[in-house]
Design a protein around this ligand. Sequence first.
Ligand code: ACO
Length: 449
Amino acid sequence: MGNHQSLISFAQLKHTLIILMADNAKIILEGNEYELPVFTGSEGEKAIDISDLRAKTGYITLDIGYKNTGATTSGITFLDGEEGILRHRGYSIEDLAAKASFLEVAYLLLNGELPTRQQFDDFDNAIREHTLVNEGLEGMFKAFPTGSHPMGQLNSMISALGLFYPKSLNPNRPEDAINRTVLRLLAKMPTICAMIYKKRSGHPIIYPKNNLDYVSNYLNMTFAQVTMDHYQPDPVIVDAMNKLLILHADHEQNCSASTVRMVGSSQSNLYSSIAAGIAALWGPLHGGANQEVLEMLELIRQDGGDVQKWVNKAKDKNDNFRLMGFGHRVYKNFDPRAKIIKKTCDDVLNKLGVHDPVLEIAKKLEETALTDPYFVERKLYPNVDFYSGIIYRAIGFPTDFFTVLFALGRLPGWISQWQEMRREKQPIARPRQIYTGEVPRNFKFMQDR
Ligand code: ACO
């Protein structure tokens, strides 16, 4: 290997042998044997701790896209992609979606336990106290070009929000000061999301009504008009929104949560870390998929609804088209959130009396793909984004607003991940690389090139 850095790609073990034993792993590299500790999680998940590997052997590990890399230990969310299990702080997503409110789940994620009645009331009241945003923030909207994407606006607004609280730019303040920032973010995010919605429609913003619960307040700020005497969100919609927010609340070390942790690891403040998470979520391979799914379903409908044609396109390696809302990095059996959302979608559309032709197309697409060997062999199933957009559309949200709703739900998860990273005083995240560029060469003056 000479002076070059060495690597182990766990996907392609060649001259390397790893033996996993009870408490440690033995690794044989170039004939030498090394011992590495094995870490076992509370659900029996096992990891080889390679933090000393380079110091001991000169090797690093190579895992592009972090497909098999544990970037942290975490006590927030457990996910078993093979079995389709998702639990927050030990509680199943099925139970939480059926029995809890979004704010209860937010409390659980942040504090590790479900709140007592008193704890919940204190938390809820504290959030209600902070729902207003500084009027100065409204000026930001003047700068956005007409029709600019809501996720770009949300990203900028959350970043700007932090500037109104200069003390909060220091993440090393006492715990109660950090908690105030957490409450502010949870309280102001719905107000900002609703402001974006109103400003894009050219309508006056609606101020928060703090006698309303979190979800109803958000719906009121979004769908009420200043010209209305009274607006009462439909309980079916409140219930559906509550469920959708819970289903998006956290998902362990996904792209946006890892981004929040990575940005936060440089001791960047919570607002900018969350803004970075929003940027990561926006991408169509992550949260942006919910917008893409609905656009895809519409396209298929307008094209005559030939589902098989689009499944064939998704299978064609010379065609860039993918079935949006299908496949997941970790779920290789089914996405438990998608199961709940599919049922919620049927319930909500029935109760609201909405007939959306794209729901039929979505169901046909799912049926066709799930019996197609291409999707079966690759373990590609509908993910959380496949049916959520149909519900959002039935509620009245425009397609390019869907990812904002994902961000609203994911906020407590991002904050919990940031808090865990900060409380554990984790080091700055700084991956290594294997350099594959030019070896040293001599500079030539321009006239000699
Ligand atoms: N349509 C068609 N083929 C697919 C799809 C899809 N939606 N997803 C994966 N594949 C194929 C790939 O082409 C690849 O095939 P190959 O082995 O023949 O090369 C194989 O399945 C594995 O796919 P990868 O892209 O390597 O899997 P990865 O784990 O990197 O990506 C991802 C996961 C990004 C979610 C992918 O499945 C995808 O692009 N899905 C569509 C976008 C989407 O719905 N994203 C939302 C995910 S959920 C969330 O973030 C909230």
